[in-house]
Design a protein around this ligand. Structure first.
Ligand code: NAG
Ligand code: NAG
Ligand code: NAG
Ligand code: NAG
Ligand code: NAG
Ligand code: NAG
Ligand code: NAG
Ligand code: NAG
Length: 409
């Protein structure tokens, strides 16, 4: 009781008059929103430090204002139960200045969550509102604005469940998983849609990096960029039952951007993925760096009105080193991939002449033109054993072939 009072008074000091914002009972910390427009972050962080090890953290119903970055690491065996809304503040200048770096490509985040044994559940009620429209409008279609924060980053996290959370108008990428393993993320609903002339840009659903053993299922994502994407050093990734709208859908990459550090992606299965009105469906994008892409299956991918359904490039964005890249791509299977292509390209695969693709296979790939009449092209370059790959190649794929088309080719 003494400790409890001590804790409560410590909290009271922190909160001034709003004593009820954090209550601690045994190993359970319950946070209620201040409800007076004040910043709820201090009491949430206090709950993580009090109950983040062998404890339970409950965020009740109501709206929590998140006014500063959250770094909740070294958690251990914790249940995080979120019933309400987390709304990130509109103070763009603060976030640009203070977002927490995540190493990868100079990106940063609003929330780093890490430790061993973390179960974060939203029960289908938790809502993460990134106040993203402000971000889309000030960003004015730039790519990868420095300081623009990823909503949630799993950082040195192990044995994690994230379940039942809805995101609306994320600031930047919805989730990033780095230096982590055994991560299950289920029943997530994400939608970032701009209502102005400016696009959302870089509101990816998930990117994994230096991470293994990831299980993703039951997601619905509208994001205007990569939906589910594996970046360098990702392995044993299982993605199932995902519906992506307005996105890049099932993606490997981009990766291999460094000539000094290799990037490896292996053992990835996408299964039962639906792509609606998207840029690409089942595709691989690397820079001409080092490393490899190996053993990736795109199975049961259904799509509708996709700009360029199957795309493989060794020189994404730069167009440099398309034929000198030594980042080999092998054992890639597209099976039961069906849908409509917006233009007359079903697939465009350009492998590097210096590292031809090996063991690519198409099985039951059934792509039809959206207009019902165009003759579809399957473009192929530098594919070993092309004759036995099952790819009905119709011609060569030029180096630096674009990711997005603006009409028939
Ligand atoms: C993986 O994490 C889950 C929690 O999501 C846990 O139940 C399971 O035991 C972990 N698996 C291993 C092999 O540690
Ligand atoms: C995403 O949100 C936009 C804007 O509110 C809406 O038009 C669209 O239908 C939503 N997408 C899905 C899949 O619900
Ligand atoms: C996915 O959703 C289905 C249907 O709502 C549900 O039965 C299943 O348990 C969910 N899977 C997971 C892993 O939560
Ligand atoms: C495929 O995923 C969708 C969600 O996108 C789900 O409704 C459907 O049940 C899944 N199909 C199978 C066979 O699991
Ligand atoms: C990927 O892993 C390899 C081998 O473990 C390591 O050398 C490399 O630095 C990692 N790449 C990145 C970008 O972290
Ligand atoms: C390919 O990766 C999947 C997913 O990790 C794995 O189940 C399968 O065994 C791998 N296949 C080979 C040949 O390594
Ligand atoms: C492809 O579809 C066929 C027919 O529906 C099914 O039998 C087979 O299991 C599917 N293959 C994979 C790898 O899911
Ligand atoms: C291609 O597949 C064959 C047969 O499964 C296998 O022996 C070979 O190692 C594979 N090559 C690569 C580069 O993965």
């Amino acid at each position: 009781m003494k400790t409890l009072l001590a804790r409560l008074s410590a909290t009271a000091l922190l909160l001034g008059s709003a004593l009820s914002a954090l209550t601690v009972e045994g190993s359970t910390c319950t946070v209620t929103p201040l409800g007076n427009g004040g910043d709820d972050t201090p009491q949430i962080l206090a709950a993580f430090s009090e109950c983040g090890q062998d404890g339970t953290i409950v965020l009740t119903e109501g709206e929590f204002n998140i006014g500063r970055v959250m770094e909740t690491l070294d958690l251990r065996n914790v249940d995080i139960e979120i019933h309400g809304t987390l709304k990130w503040s509109a103070d763009i200048a603060y976030w640009l200045r203070s977002s927490l770096p995540v190493t990868f490509a100079g990106r940063s985040t609003a929330w780093k969550l890490g430790g061993d044994g973390i179960r974060m559940r939203g029960f289908g009620k938790a809502l993460f509102d990134g106040n993203g429209q402000l971000w889309y409008d000030q960003n004015r279609n730039q790519g990868n604005q420095n300081g623009r924060p990823i909503s949630l980053t799993l950082w040195y996290a192990k044995n994690v469940l994230i379940d039942g959370i809805t995101w609306r108008q994320a600031q930047f990428w919805h989730t990033f998983v780095a230096y982590s393993e055994n991560i299950t993320m289920t029943n997530l609903d994400m939608n970032a849609t701009s209502n102005s002339q400016w696009n959302t840009v870089n509101t990816d659903g998930i990117d994994t990096w230096n991470t293994k053993d990831v299980y993703i299922s039951n997601w619905t994502v509208t994001c205007g960029d990569d939906c589910i994407s594996m970046k360098g050093n990702s392995s044993n990734i299982h993605v199932e039952n995902v519906h992506c709208y307005e996105s890049g859908c099932a993606v490997i990459g981009s990766m291999g951007s460094s000539s000094s550090q290799p990037d490896y992606v292996s053992d990835v299965v996408f299964n039962n993925i639906t792509c609606t009105h998207s840029s690409n469906a089942a595709w691989i994008k690397t820079y001409s760096g080092r490393g490899y892409v190996r053993n990736v299956t795109f199975a049961n991918v259904a799509f509708d009105d996709v700009n360029q359904p199957i795309y493989v490039t060794p020189c994404i964005y730069t167009g440099q080193g398309c034929d000198s890249s030594r980042l080999p791509i092998s054992d890639i299977r597209w099976v039961n991939v069906t849908g409509t292509s917006r233009y007359n390209i079903a697939s465009a695969i350009h492998c590097s002449a210096s590292a031809p693709c090996e063991n690519l296979s198409f099985e039951n790939v059934d792509i039809r033109p959206k207009d019902g009449t165009s003759q579809l092209k399957y473009l192929c370059s530098n594919i070993q054993n092309q004759e036995t790959s099952g790819i009905p190649c119709t011609g060569t794929c030029p180096a630096n072939w674009p990711q997005q088309l603006d009409g028939n080719r």
